[in-house]
Design a protein. Structure first.
Length: 585
């Protein structure tokens, strides 16, 4: 922001709560607010009218707005902002708030509420949104005076984006947005009793360093915390310097390049054989910013039983929550890894960009063993000449973009195939709802990711089920020329549910048939988005190329094999060693 613009915004004047809100958002560096108006936020929308500084994107549903803000935050590392009215506007945000909370995504969520005099009277469009969202927000505020708004908002941004990140809600009653106060922007922000990132304990780092020196079969698990803290370079330096293979959680994908020789791929329920065998066989498991989610561990009591477990996490509450660790290190992942690199004297010499499995390291035998497992059990699928397999669609996407695109997914089989067969060179390039597993997230999150990265290729991979949960946002892409490439992996079923019914419920298919879905090509065209269809391998490759070259939004309906299953798979209730390697049809 230019100095004179900042000075203009900082001017001490008596202005309305709504104007205070807008000014504070601009001073916080907010580039775009994703929102939807209503009665309780009309003063705020009135203040936006004719305000050239302020950028607001009107979605077609509040759920679209919050997932877009979430996608923006995940793709940029900045805090996403969304705005909705009281009552139904606010309640429509709840799934998105819970989605962001589960994955520690920084959001400031602003809701209007009824006037303070009406609070608690069951007034028209009144909802206790603070109460409803308390379990899924990092913190929340009710602004009761317009003059409090700058401090509240500064604190909200600070809390959302520091420590373990997460959504913060700011509820603003209508009269507060209307009333005036002198605008005083606090330069400093502090929240009493809140310590965002604890000091890293030097003795804990020393002990972990010693364990790494002793280990013959060490393994790194990279979780979302690596990406949240921007620790990917430190992680790569540690892995390469000490010859440690790296597996990731679903949300850790991108923390380490997919194609690095030390990369084993994703671990857990649909993880690679090499990653899961590495967990079972390692003698030291170092988790960096992962919370040992049950989709990773499957059975915590049978997880990495041969290993000494080191757990690096910014949130002390995660230590020993699910998997007990004998080497806990509480702190920001980047700070801990930096200290560890010093401890191991890995700070100089080797270039961080230098990839390569270090077979000359003491861990050489272990790396060879894992390489062998990888070559015996690569991710594979039956890829016939005719027809179209979903994995092929993802492989083509990865190949044609060279792993450089930002890819968002929805939830289901296509999400797992994207995680398995996609190719991600950098952090913040796979955006997916991991913790809550929210269908409807994939497409609107891509809109936010694209707004935060105007020059980059952004692709959204969806199932035909999830695509119908937020397809109304096609209007936003068309209207603003937001050039997201939308893939629908169309298997005419709720594929992941069908897969479970096949494997766990003796093939009884109950309510998974998506007959009656729209013609997705026509749906796209109805909104003014280019629509393509691919039913064969040749058509799929051609459609990807056409979409990637087209400057505007494109939807591709990939009509794929209906019966394909995601393998490998560890059935729920089983341990990693019970993995079904499986074959595709
Ligand atoms: C909002 C929501 N409702 C229900 C589910 C449960 N669920 C998980 S995967 C899935 C099927 C998704 O089907 P589709 O979008 O077609 O994707 P596919 O699995 O076929 O790739 C369902 C219903 C969910 N994750 N989120």
């Amino acid at each position: 922001m230019k100095k004179q613009d900042r000075e203009r915004l900082l001017r001490r004047e008596v202005i309305s709560g709504s104007e205070i809100l807008l000014r504070t958002l601009l001073l916080e560096g907010v580039e775009c607010v994703f929102g939807y108006p209503g009665g309780s936020v009309l003063y705020i929308y009135d203040a936006m009218h004719g305000n050239p500084d302020f950028n607001h994107l009107l979605t077609r549903h509040e759920q679209g707005a919050i997932h877009a803000a979430d996608g923006y935050a995940r793709a940029t590392g900045k805090t996403g902002v969304c705005l909705a009215t009281s009552g139904p506007g606010a309640t429509n945000l709840i799934t998105g708030i819970a989605t962001a909370y589960a994955d520690s995504v920084p959001l400031v969520v602003i809701t209007g509420n009824v006037a303070t005099s009406l609070l608690g009277t069951d007034a028209f469009q009144e909802a206790d949104i603070l109460g409803m969202t308390q379990p899924v927000t990092k913190h929340s505020y009710m602004a009761r005076r317009p003059g409090d708004l700058p401090r509240i908002l500064r604190e909200a941004f600070y809390l959302a984006s520091s420590g373990r990140k997460g959504p913060v809600l700011v509820d603003i009653p209508k009269d507060v947005s209307a009333a005036t106060a002198e605008f005083i922007y606090p330069e400093e922000v502090s929240v009493r009793g809140y310590t965002p990132a604890p000091e890293v304990s030097p003795s804990a780092v020393r002990e972990l360093g010693a364990a790494i020196r002793r280990a013959k079969r060490p393994l790194l698990i990279a979780g979302a915390g690596v990406i949240h803290s921007g620790a990917e370079a430190e992680l790569a330096r540690l892995a390469r310097g000490a010859g440690i293979p790296v597996t990731t959680t679903l949300l850790g994908i991108g923390a380490f390049p997919t194609r690095d020789p030390l990369a084993l791929g994703m671990a857990g329920m649909h993880g690679t054989v090499a990653a899961n065998r590495a967990i079972l066989g390692c003698d030291l498991l170092i988790s960096v910013g992962s919370r040992f989610d049950d989709r990773l561990t499957m059975r915590p009591d049978r997880f990495a039983r041969q290993a000494v477990i080191a757990h690096i996490d910014i949130d002390a509450a995660e230590i020993d929550k699910l998997v007990p660790s004998s080497l806990p290190v509480v702190g920001d992942a980047r700070a801990v890894l930096t200290a560890l690199l010093h401890e191991l004297e890995l700070t100089g010499g080797e270039e961080e960009g230098e990839a390569g499995a270090r077979h000359d390291k003491p861990t050489g035998d272990w790396l060879n063993e894992l390489e062998q497992i990888r070559s015996i059990y690569p991710l594979r699928y039956h890829n016939p000449e005719d027809g179209l397999k979903p994995q092929y669609v993802i492989e083509q996407m990865a190949e044609l973009t060279g792993g450089e695109a930002i890819v968002t997914t929805d939830v289901g089989q296509h999400q797992m195939w994207t995680a398995q067969f996609g190719w991600f060179n950098q952090p913040r390039t796979l955006i997916t709802s991991g913790g809550l597993g929210t269908m409807g997230f994939g497409f609107p999150s891509a809109i936010g990711a694209q707004i935060g990265n105007p020059g980059r290729t952004v692709i959204s991979v969806n199932g035909d089920g999830g695509m119908q949960m937020c397809s109304q946002e096609l209007a936003v892409c068309a209207l603003h020329g937001i050039p997201v490439k939308i893939a629908v992996i169309n298997n005419r079923t709720l594929g992941m549910i069908k897969q479970w019914q096949e494997l766990v419920y003796d093939g009884r298919h109950s309510h998974i048939d998506l007959s009656g879905s729209p013609d997705f090509v026509k749906l796209a065209q109805a909104y003014g988005v280019r629509g393509l269809r691919a039913e064969t391998k040749q058509e799929a490759r051609k459609a990807w190329m056409e979409a990637l070259e087209h400057p505007g939004p494109v939807l591709i309906d990939f009509v794929v094999d209906r019966d394909e299953l995601v393998y490998p798979m560890v059935p729920q209730g089983k341990a990693l060693e019970d993995m079904i390697i499986g074959t595709s049809s």
